[in-house]
Design a protein around this ligand. Structure first.
Ligand code: ADP
Ligand code: ZN
Length: 531
């Protein structure tokens, strides 16, 4: 960087125009770049697509020495470096995908002062050999990308990031810039603390994506609901459909293709060649739908993604925000659509309980899920919820561009139905020492003499048939919302229902239970759908 032969403009704006071909900075880019060029540390929060890369690339070019970029996205380094080289920027990377000779070459370039930017994986940076190497040439700036990976309470923790605090100790005169697209206030503080960046200036861009319309519908027949959504609102548009499992990715892709929608699958079970081919079709073609597990989309920069659909519940609000954020980077109207139902809650709670990790990991996962459920069940503005979650704009007026703003959900006093569900669970447990899943509880409340009800003599329970006032779908909605509110829990392999510490407050009538009204099921139109 800097002083490279023949530069006439060495300032930031000149570099933006000359090297990157852009006319002007966006948002806070120029304030951030000025600060770092002048040698200051910065913590930058900017949503995906906001333009974080230039915030370190330009200081690296303007200041003397090599800019060192720490990034966990090893798979993207080659692309990033190729793209920079195509612009005439002298960039290189070091990670585990290289052989010895390739690495040697990059080291030599670095030592000769011939690199503007050097990308490193965090596991490489913590090696003494790497630190030694770095201390043998001039560094212009350290950029720590995806900085939320340092936060142990976050959803993406990488232990190698903890070692990055050494940078400030060893290179006190080199400015550091930490960047992330996902940070709650707590994560933000943890970044500052763990990277030892107490003197850093904080830059926080708004997380609002006004052109994205947020919608969460009650899951009923998800594939058909998705098809209707695509046909009615996004025919011929490019978009991403997220599913939790490889199996449902495959099935959904087939279903869409059979119904005339061009879709390709993307998940970790496909070989690298197929994945790369599908990704590049998505980037190149106009109206392709990619059905994917969350493995898809990181670092993908396609401006005209018109919709992101979730057929399964994301594990956290951070994940939801990041995934939906891949829609509408060009600023044009786009939709974030999700189908969510009782089974999602049961499944995710089960995954957390049976998953690996210690107690504190489980508790953390549960609190991430709770926040996600609260977003699903809210009767208020979804955008407002999202922004408040990220510590922004509390008390902002309703947005007018989410489902709850457009059609405010009705709420009703669900205290009595909640008591009925909880009493059924209590009766089974106390009187019979039994635990059952949602299906059996609902059958008991509705007074249905199914084979399983007869088999267990459940028609003899005092709660049998006390819930005729609601339909089966409505009861499932009550159970789902009780689970979401933590007034009920699921347990074990079969997802049986059990009480929580707070269930008693409802049973003792110490509190009310407001619930969202379940939408009336529209008369199913099956025309033109091939299962
Ligand atoms: P992030 O890392 O925050 O997700 P990127 O740095 O990848 O975002 O930038 C997103 C897109 O915006 C890229 O295509 C980038 O080239 C473009 N971009 C960034 N800054 C500007 C700017 N000042 N003017 C025009 N385009 C920009
Ligand atoms: Zn709203």
């Amino acid at each position: 960087a800097a002083g490279a032969a023949g530069l006439t403009e060495s300032d930031a704006l000149g570099t933006l125009r000359r090297v990157f071909g852009y006319e002007a900075f966006r948002g806070e880019q120029d304030a951030i770049i000025d600060h770092v060029v002048a040698g200051g540390d910065a913590v930058v929060l900017m949503p995906t697509g906001g333009g974080k890369s230039l915030c370190y690339q330009i200081p690296a070019l303007v200041r003397p020495g090599t800019g060192v970029v720490v990034s966990p996205l090893i798979a993207l380094m080659q692309d990033q470096v190729d793209a920079l080289r195509a612009l005439g920027v002298r960039a290189g990377f070091m990670n585990s995908t290289q052989d010895f000779d390739e690495r040697r070459m990059v080291e030599a370039e670095f030592l000769a002062g011939e690199l503007d930017l050097l990308y490193l994986a965090p596991e490489r940076l913590r090696l003494d050999a790497t630190l030694e190497l770095l201390s043998r040439a001039k560094i212009s700036v350290f950029a720590i990308d995806e900085a939320h990976c340092v936060a142990q309470w976050g959803h993406d923790f990488r232990p190698d990031y903890l070692a990055l605090s050494v940078l400030g100790e060893r290179w006190p005169d080199v400015p550091r810039i930490a960047l992330t697209a996902t940070a709650t206030r707590a994560t933000h503080q943890e970044i500052t603390q763990r990277l030892d960046m107490r003197n850093a200036r904080h830059f926080e861009a708004s997380f609002d994506r006004p052109n994205i319309q947020y919608r969460i519908v009650s899951k009923d027949d998800p594939k058909r609901q998705l098809l209707a959504f695509l046909r009615e609102e996004h025919a011929g548009d490019a978009g991403i459909v997220y599913c939790l499992s490889r199996n449902s990715v495959e099935k959904t892709t087939e279903f869409l293709c059979r119904n005339g929608i061009e879709a390709v699958p993307y998940h970790a079970g496909l070989d690298a060649g197929t994945r790369a081919a599908h990704q590049s079709r998505f980037l190149r073609e106009e109206g392709l739908v990619v059905v994917a597990t969350i493995a898809f989309g990181m670092g993908i920069d396609k401006p005209d993604v018109r919709f992101v659909a979730h057929l399964d519940l994301p594990k956290s609000v951070e994940g939801y925000y990041q995934e939906t954020g891949r829609a509408g980077r060009d600023g044009l109207p786009s939709t974030a659509w999700m189908a969510y139902g009782l089974q999602d809650v049961v499944q995710q709670r089960k995954l957390i309980q049976s998953g690996e990790g210690d107690e504190s990991f489980r508790r953390r996962a549960a609190s991430h899920l709770d926040a996600m459920l609260a977003l699903c069940e809210t009767a208020g503005c979804r955008r407002g919820r999202l922004l408040t979650y990220f510590g922004q704009e509390p008390g902002a007026p309703a947005c007018g561009n989410c489902d709850t703003c457009i059609t405010p959900p009705e709420t009703w006093d669900g205290t009595i139905p909640a008591q009925k569900v909880l009493s059924a669970v209590v009766r089974l447990q106390r009187e019979r020492g039994q635990k059952f899943g949602t299906g059996q509880i609902v059958d008991i409340l509705l007074g249905r003499r199914t084979a399983k009800v007869i088999q267990f003599d459940h028609d003899q329970l005092s709660v049998f048939g006390i819930g005729q006032e609601l339909s089966e779908a409505e009861w499932r909605g009550v159970v789902r919302q009780l689970l979401a509110q933590g007034l009920l829990a699921v347990e074990g392999e079969y997802g049986t229902l059990v009480l929580t510490d707070t269930s008693g407050t409802v049973l003792r009538r110490e509190r009310e239970v407001p619930l969202r009204k379940e939408p009336k099921k529209p008369a199913a139109s099956r025309s033109g759908v091939s299962a």
